[in-house]
Each structure stands twice: as C-alpha cells, then as structure tokens.
Write a protein that binds this ligand. Structure first.
Ligand code: ZN
Length: 231
C-alpha cells in the first residue's frame, strides 16, 4: 500500500471514529426497568417484544418469584438483560430489622444466582424505601442502589394510555423509567413507549450502560435515580 493510500485510510478511520463518538455523545438514552418479576403471566410476551425491538432492559427480580419461575429468570438473563435484586419477599425494609433485611437480601441473591448462574449487580429496595447505613451492613453493600426518575404508577392505573402519556410527557435523556411486568397494560405501554421514543431518536440501554454513557462508574452503596447525559 502506497503512502497516499495509507494516509487516506487513516483519515477515513479518524473521521469514522469521531463521527461514532459524536453520536454517542449527542444521542438520547434511557433505561427501562421492570420490577416485581418474573410475573409468569407476562414475562414471555415482554421478552419477545423487547427482542423484536432490539431493547435491553433492567429487571429487578423478587426472590420468591424467581423461585416460582426460575426458567423465566434464566431466560431474562440469557437474553442479555441486566438483573438486579428487588428483595426476596417484597416486604418494605423500613419495617424490618437489619438482620431481617440481610437475610432477605441473601435469600434473593441465592435464588437469582441459582436460576440465572449470575449474581445480581444492582439493588432496588421494594417501594424505594431504604436506609443507606443499614444496607451498608448487609450482604448487598457492594451493590449500587438504583431508584428511578420517571414513575407512571403503572401498577395502580391499569391503563396503558395513561402510562404511555405519563412517561412520554416526563422522559428526558438519562432517565430511569420504572414499570412493572405485572399486567398486560404495562407490557403494552412498554412497547408503545419504546416505539415512540425510538422514533424520537432515543436508544434504550441497561442501567449500567446508561451510567457508563454519562461517564459514571456505578459505586456500591451509592444511590442513583437518573444520569446526566449532555446532548
Ligand atoms: Zn416492587
């Protein structure tokens, strides 16, 4: 290859690289999170729709449900979604002793590990109720605590139009959207939210990918509800 050709190739590569970086910097990114699963009734439908749309989401699983549907938990992991623990029994931590919380979290980690072959990498306490100092003394102290920035209350309205409207009116790049896989309306809402936001140029990523895109490394015991992504 001549010097001229090499130079042209180098310029093309450099240009390509800078365009790629500009896209990453200027793109709009959000994370969809699904709590309280695997529900059994809606998980397969949800996973199929996510796959069809090329979306990786983050699932905060409950140990007692992983017990009921270990194959679905395994499928969630196998399909490349991120997995966090949402406790074992879904009791609110505010009413439990440190020992009870530790025991509950350890049970959830064990069940997720057994079903998926992996440990959960994130923690979302039921109802978002927690004490950092108490969690810092449990087996899950190394896990980042992930809350949310967009909550359409999908579990109580049971109406996909309302859920879609609430999410679309609030969502900005860097947001963490909270949904549950407990009803058909939530699953249908998730699909419409994805289709609409992808149409607006958004890319759906997992929570840890969203953190990375914002230039943050998630730290165990720290609390995150959204990420700052400049665009
Ligand atoms: Zn929950």
């Amino acid at each position: 290859m001549g010097k001229h050709c090499l130079c042209v190739l180098l310029c093309v590569l450099l240009l390509w690289g800078s365009v790629g970086r500009a896209e990453a910097k200027n793109g709009k990114y959000v994370a969809l999170t699904f709590d309280d699963g695997p529900s059994g009734a809606f998980t397969r439908e949800l996973l199929a729709g996510l796959k069809e749309r090329g979306v990786k989401a983050t699932f905060f699983l409950c140990g007692y449900r992983v017990d009921q549907y270990p194959k679905l938990a395994a499928q969630i992991a196998r399909e490349g979604h991120e997995i966090g623990t949402h406790s074992d029994a879904h009791k609110f931590f505010g009413k439990m002793s440190q020992w009870e919380i530790d025991r509950d979290l350890a049970a959830s980690v064990e069940k997720i590990r057994k079903a998926t072959g992996k440990d959960p990498t994130l923690l979302r306490p039921p109802g978002g109720i927690y004490s950092r100092s108490v969690l810092g003394k449990t087996c899950c102290k190394e896990l980042p605590i992930i809350l949310w920035s967009v909550d359409p209350d999908d579990w109580c309205c049971n109406n996909s139009n309302t859920v879609v409207q609430r999410v679309l009116s609030q969502t900005k790049s860097g947001d963490v959207i909270l949904l549950h896989e407990l009803s058909e309306s939530s699953v249908q809402a998730a699909f419409r939210i994805i289709d609409e936001l992808q149409g607006q140029g958004y890319t759906f990523v997992t929570v840890s990918q969203l953190a990375k895109l914002s230039g943050k490394e998630l730290v165990g015991g720290e609390v995150y509800s959204r990420f700052r992504i400049d665009n």
